[in-house]
Every structure is written in C-alpha cells, then in structure tokens.
Design a protein around this ligand. Sequence first.
Ligand SMILES: Cc1cc2nc3c(=O)[nH]c(=O)nc-3n(C[C@H](O)[C@H](O)[C@H](O)COP(=O)(O)OP(=O)(O)OC[C@H]3O[C@@H](n4cnc5c(N)ncnc54)[C@H](O)[C@@H]3O)c2cc1C
Length: 318
Amino acid sequence: MEIIETDVAIIGGGPAGCTCALYTSRSNLNTVIIDKNPSVGALAITHQIANYPGVPVDISGEKLLTLMREQAVQYGTDYRRAQVFGIDVAEDWKTVYTPEGTFKAKALVLASGAMGRPASFKGEADFLGKGVSYCATCDGAFYKNREVAVVGANKEAIEEATVLTKFASTVHWITSSDPKSDNEEAMELMHSSNIKHWSRTRLLEIKGNDMGVNGVVVKNKQEEGPINLDLDGVFVYMSGSKPITDFLGDQIALKEDGGVIVDDFMSTNSDGVWAIGDIRNTPFKQAVVAASDGCIAAMSIDRYLNSRKNIRVDWIHS
Ligand SMILES: Cc1cc2nc3c(=O)[nH]c(=O)nc-3n(C[C@H](O)[C@H](O)[C@H](O)COP(=O)(O)OP(=O)(O)OC[C@H]3O[C@@H](n4cnc5c(N)ncnc54)[C@H](O)[C@@H]3O)c2cc1C
C-alpha cells in the first residue's frame, strides 16, 4: 500500500478544501487534497450559484468548484480521489487512511462538508460495519460472488454500484424514482449483466443476525406487499445534512449539533488538526463562508509549520 508524506493533507475537495489548498500551495507547502468524489459535495450539486462574489451569475456549482480545484492544482496541489475511512492524530505526523493509500501529514485539515445523514433505515445502525457500508471501493472486495444491494439514485450511488458489479454476483439497485434516460452512467449501469434494478422501490428494513446482514425488505409501488431479498451487504447512498465526521472516531471534539469545534484560527482541540467549512455546522452554510474558513486555516497552518509569530500575507507575488 502506497504511503504518501506531505506537509498538509486536506480531507475534502469542496470550496473549503480547495481554498485552503490554494493558500497552502502558494505558501510552498506540499499539499494533498483527498476527495471522495468531486460531484457529490454541497457546492458540486448546486444547480446555479448566483452569490459567489465576482463570478458570472449563471455559473453552476460544479463549474465553480472545478475552477477552484484547477486553481489549487495550478499552484501545486496534488488532488487525489479517495474516500477517507479513518485518521490517527495521536502522533506529530497525522495519518489518514484510504483504500488507495495512507497519507502522513504534518498538518491535517478536515473539510468533508455536511452532506452526511444519520443512519435512518431500520437495521442500518445495528449492522453498520457488519454488512452495511457507505464505501464500495473500501468494502466491495468482501462481496466477491455474493449478492448486495445499493440504495440511492444519486451520482455516488451509480458510481459505487458500478464498482460493485465487478465483485458481486448480483447488485440489487434500489431507487425510489427512475434515473433519467439521458443519464449515461445510469443507463450503462442498468445494462450490466449482474444488475437488478428495483425501480420505484423503497428500502423498509435491513435484516440480519449475529453474523451480519442477511437480507432486506423493500416495497415496490406496483406490488401489494413488502418483498424480502436475501443478500449479504447493503451500500447506502442517500444525501442528508449532517457534518461528515464518521471517520474521526472519538479523536476530535464535536459540538452537540455534530459540528467540529474550532477556535478563531480553525484549529480543533487536537494540535495540528484544523476543520473548515460545513463540517463545523456553521449557522450560515455558504460557499463564500467555506472558502473564507479555508483561507484562515491555511494562514494559520503556514504560521504553525514555519513557527512564525505573525501570520504572513498572501498578496506579495514574487
Ligand atoms: C442544494 C444546495 C444549494 C446551495 N446553494 C448555495 C448557493 O447558492 N450559494 C452558496 O454560497 N452556497 C450554497 N450552498 C451551500 C454551499 O454549497 C456549502 O456551504 C459549501 O459547499 C460547503 O463547502 P465545504 O467545502 O465545507 O463542503 P462540500 O462542498 O460539501 O464539499 C465536501 C467535499 O468533501 C468530500 N468528502 C466527504 N466525505 C469524505 C471522505 N470521507 N473522504 C474524502 N472526501 C470526502 C466530498 O466528496 C466533497 O467533495 C448550497 C448547498 C446545497 C446543498
């Protein structure tokens, strides 16, 4: 497994993470953004963004985010797609675990946003890690030649179901509405030989025993009663509005509302770890606020890593 050492590791490539990376890269700090998926964060799914200062009013959130990411990369940021499933912040070097590799950083920035959701299906919390997963690239290989379900119709669900078709014998794709016919990725997925699409179907319950998940109960709109499906794994991809902190364990202090606690410099309770953007559960969740957090954290990191007393400005272009 690859081990990547860097000055700054940023978890999340939304406006918070990209802005932080822009500033740290411009401060000559080696910077890696580790991003689950550039299409599923809050800004990425925003159809139109008319209130980000200085950009055309008809720009989509995805386009604005692409510009932010490209600007950071232009200044040297290493952008990598990977889903973080754990961190270890006990030592001076902070460790970030992903299925694609392990990252070691002198400064760690948490910027994974607030598009998470509490486990809300019956049985979901009980079997989390015992057959319920949110990451096909992390857990897909455990389901070689076994049956699994993917719940959700968003871009992430489609991509993850596609990953699972390479391992599972059958992937039951459960969606409450039909994907649009111009959605090429969804159409391609539906043509996979081992996909069974359950259209207009809701997940009612995830069932299992001491060994883990052994089935689900679903309700199809056209069928009278519930349907039982025997399978070994359930991958849930539904959007919500809760800070994404599941990969932190108990290592970082959170507020009662689930947001990460920070000081004026975006530093968390753990030395060498910052948190920016919607993961703080800010009262005003806006792209410009997330970007501002990213700038503050980056300048604070520059001071921390270079042991400066004062914060250096970023407007001298030499
Ligand atoms: C529908 C909608 C419309 C909006 N409209 C506006 C608007 O018009 N104007 C405005 O200013 N704001 C708007 N917002 C709010 C704005 O989009 C957010 O405040 C902003 O995007 C937050 O930035 P962020 O970087 O903190 O999080 P996000 O933009 O959510 O980015 C988080 C990133 O982290 C990644 N990630 C998550 N978990 C992991 C993990 N485990 N490992 C690695 N990466 C991970 C995600 O893939 C994502 O790329 C809107 C939000 C929504 C949901």
